[in-house]
Design a protein. Structure first.
Length: 310
C-alpha cells in the first residue's frame, strides 16, 4: 500500500520533495501544483506526474506536502486538512503562533497527521550527536550555520530560513523551552535580517548561543556542547565528531584521566528519511517524529528571536 502524495509549491525545495515522493518506497506522487503553472509543469514532467490545479491536487491525494512560501502556509494547510488529507508542512509550521495553533487543532479534530519539515532531525549527523557519550550532561550549546548569499527564501528572515533548524535541534537536545531570549541581527541585502545571533537561557539555568548567516564568505556548520564531562565538537560539513571526556580513548597529556573519542558518520538522504517517516505516520498510525508541538516550539523561539532583533 502506497501513500498518494501531492506537492503544493514547486520551488527549489518543492522540486526535491516531488522527485523524492515519485521514487519513494511507500509513496506515489499523484500531482504537482504551483502558483506558476509553467513551473508546476516543468517539475511535474521531471517527476513523472501531472501538473494539477490546487483543488484537483488535494482531491487526488491521501496526503499533501506544502512547500510554498511561509505566508501561504496557513491558508494552504487549512485547505488540506479541511479536505481530510494528511499534511506535511515545510518549516516553519506557520507565520504566527495563532496560525500554528489553528493548524494543530484542525489536524487533531480531523484525525490527520501533521508533520513539520525540520529535516535536520532525520540527518545522520544529528543521529550521531544524539548517540554520543556525555550528551545528557550538557550545560551549554553553541551552534553556527553560515552560507554565502543566494537569492531565494528572501520572503523571511535568516531566523525562519536557516536558524530555525538549529533552534529545533538545540531545543530537542535541551528538552525544554527557553525562558529568556536575546538577539542581534541586521538586514544586509534583503528586506529581512540576513544574519542573527541569538542567546537562549533555559529554566534549568543552561544556555545556548545560535548564530545564523546567509551573507557569509563560506559555508560553515558547527556545534559545540559543553558540560560536566567535557566538550563535544561537531563539524557537520567535515562529518566529524569529537568528545573530550573522562576515560576517552585518545589520551590528552595535559588532562590526566581524560581522552578524546573521535567518530564520523556516513551521510544518508535526509529528505528520503523524512518522507519515509511521514509515510509511516500516515499509513501505520505512528506519531510523526516532528509533529505540530515540535513545530510550534521551534516557531515560538524563532519569533522571539525576531522580536528581540526588532
Amino acid at each position: 500500500m502506497k501513500l498518494r502524495v501531492a506537492v503544493v509549491g514547486a520551488g527549489h525545495f518543492g522540486r526535491f520533495h516531488a522527485l523524492k515522493a515519485a521514487r519513494g518506497a511507500r509513496t506515489e506522487l499523484v500531482g504537482v501544483h504551483d502558483a506558476d503553472p509553467a513551473r508546476a509543469a516543468t517539475v511535474a514532467a521531471e517527476a513523472g506526474a501531472p501538473a494539477l490545479p490546487l483543488d484537483s491536487a488535494i482531491a487526488a491525494a491521501d496526503a499533501v506536502i506544502v512547500a510554498a512560501p511561509t505566508r501561504f502556509h496557513f491558508a494552504l494547510g487549512e485547505q488540506v486538512l479541511e479536505a481530510g488529507r494528511h499534511l506535511f508542512m515545510e518549516k516553519p509550521l506557520a507565520a504566527t503562533l495563532a496560525e500554528a495553533d489553528a493548524l494543530a487543532a484542525l489536524a487533531a479534530a480531523r484525525g490527520r497527521v501533521l508533520q513539520v519539515g525540520h529535516i535536520e532531525r532525520f540527518s545522520a549527523a544529528f543521529r550521531a550527536v544524539v548517540g554520543a557519550p556525555g550528551r545528557d550532561a550538557a550545560l551549554s550549546w553553541e551552534a553556527v550555520r553560515a552560507a554565502p548569499f543566494r537569492p531565494r527564501s528572501l520572503d523571511v528572515s535568516v531566523v525562519l530560513d536557516l536558524m530555525i533548524h538549529d533552534i529545533d535541534l538545540v531545543l530537542t537536545l535541551a528538552g525544554e523551552e527557553p525562558a529568556e531570549v536575546q538577539a542581534v541581527g541586521a538586514r544586509v541585502v534583503s528586506d529581512h535580517p540576513d544574519f542573527a545571533v541569538a542567546r537562549f537561557r533555559f529554566p534549568s539555568g543552561r544556555a545556548a548561543v545560535i548564530t545564523a548567516s546567509r551573507v557569509s564568505l563560506a559555508m560553515e556548520r558547527r556545534l559545540r556542547v559543553l558540560g560536566r564531562e567535557g566538550e563535544m565538537a561537531v563539524d557537520f560539513l567535515g562529518r566529524s565528531l569529537s568528545v573530550l571526556r573522562k576515560g576517552g580513548a585518545e589520551a590528552v597529556a595535559t588532562m590526566p584521566g581524560h581522552g578524546v573519542d573521535r567518530m564520523s558518520w556516513t551521510d544518508h538522504d535526509s529528505l528520503e528519511a523524512e518522507q519515509a517517516g511521514f509515510a509511516a505516520a500516515c499509513l501505520d498510525g505512528l506519531a510523526p517524529e516532528v509533529g505540530a508541538a515540535a513545530g510550534r516550539r521551534a516557531l515560538a523561539a524563532a519569533l522571539a528571536v525576531e522580536a528581540a532583533i526588532g
